[in-house]
Ligand binder design. Structure first.
Ligand SMILES: [Zn+2]
Length: 359
């Protein structure tokens, strides 16, 4: 039932309207941040159409077909050719593909095309989900075009992506787009508390740091997250209170350590939330608006040491570097350069742009 999913009431209304009218598009594009429930919503559509004992226009969630719909049989091996096949759920009419490495491959789209042309085996409709659809290369996208243009009436293909702008326009134009909004921090906090994953100030901090993504809040290891916050707080203190360039270089070095490779982006996220908090305090916003409540005293010191214009330029420098990463610049010199450019943003009125070292 859609009611059991959190947030995105507007999307629920839209999907219910489609179900009531019995007009579910054959090609759908669900867009919005990772971890906000795009896949769960897509599977609710599959349940609604294949349910044995529907409630109104929605799937009951408890009959056999509903229960089997979201049980996916992921390959056992971390990498292997099985990942190029359609990953089946326990329902024979439901499957998904994920990018085996960084790219969704043309074979995977051909499998979908072939499978989508079959009649449903058990239910009324077949559903195929494409996760991280922006990872399709041009060849894969072209292989998918034909089936997106004219899917058989009983087959539905749902593309899921946080980056719709990376899709070919020809793909986008063949799909009906459904936009998901980030979840409210309160919605995430209530969910964490209700599911006993966190309580009190931990729930509050995690919910606010998740920036609208329940998946992010769930995946977060709070201890690891605290380590990240301490490390990034020392960057912020070195930039403002202490004006300590040696510390900045040490922090850049730590950030570049191989063991932290997977944490790199997460640490930049954390740094951004700390900067935003200091900014709010600098602008005399109520303390309650601060994400990192437990770091209030340290953040207040930072706020007192900065000009109200610095945070905006710091955040845009971080964002610029992230964009550069998409085209694969070398991380190590870029991080050194980023922190030093941020330090150089004082005197605050002078706007300096972040220029990565090409070597
Ligand atoms: Zn059911």
């Amino acid at each position: 039932m859609l009611d059991q999913l959190i947030g995105n009431e507007r999307v629920k209304t839209l999907l219910r309207r489609m179900l009531t009218a019995r007009r579910i598009p054959g090609a759908l594009l669900f867009t919005g941040e990772a971890g906000i429930g795009k896949k769960l919503f897509a599977l609710e559509l599959a349940k609604a159409l294949n349910c044995r004992t529907p409630e109104g226009v929605e799937g009951c969630g408890t009959c056999g077909p509903c229960k089997r719909t979201d049980k996916f049989n992921y390959p056992q091996s971390a990498d292997g050719d099985e990942w190029l096949e359609i990953i089946r759920s326990d329902h024979p009419d439901v499957g998904l593909v994920v990018a085996p490495k960084r790219v969704l491959r043309v074979e995977q789209m051909r499998h979908i095309e072939r499978e989508a042309n079959y009649r449903p085996f058990e239910g009324n409709a077949r559903f195929f989900l494409i996760e991280d659809a922006e990872k399709m290369n041009e060849q894969a996208a072209n292989a998918l075009l034909k089936i997106l243009e004219e899917p058989p009436p009983t087959s539905h293909i749902v593309l899921l992506t946080a980056r719709p702008d990376f899709l070919l326009p020809t793909i986008r134009s063949r799909c009906q787009m459904v936009r998901f909004a980030p979840l409210a921090a309160e919605e995430i906090e209530n969910w964490l508390v209700k599911n006993k994953l966190a309580s009190g100030s931990e729930a509050r901090i995690r919910a606010r740091a998740a920036r609208g993504s329940l998946g992010r809040a769930r995946a977060q290891d709070f201890e690891e997250f605290n380590e990240q916050r301490q490390a990034m707080l020392s960057v912020l203190q070195a930039l403002s209170v202490d004006n300590d360039r040696m510390q900045l270089l040490r922090s850049a070095e730590e950030l570049n350590e191989a063991r932290l490779k997977d944490e790199y982006e997460a640490r930049l996220d954390v740094l951004e939330t700390l900067i935003r908090d200091a900014w709010l305090l600098r602008l005399a916003a109520p303390n309650a608006q601060v994400v990192n409540q437990d770091l209030l005293p340290q953040l207040q010191k930072v706020a007192a040491a900065i000009d109200s214009r610095q945070p905006a330029s710091w955040i845009s420098q971080i964002e610029e570097m992230r964009e550069q990463f998409i085209v694969n610049i070398n991380r190590k010199p870029a991080t050194d350069a980023l922190f030093l450019t941020m330090a150089a943003a004082a005197p605050p009125l002078e706007k300096k742009r972040f220029v990565p070292n090409p070597k």
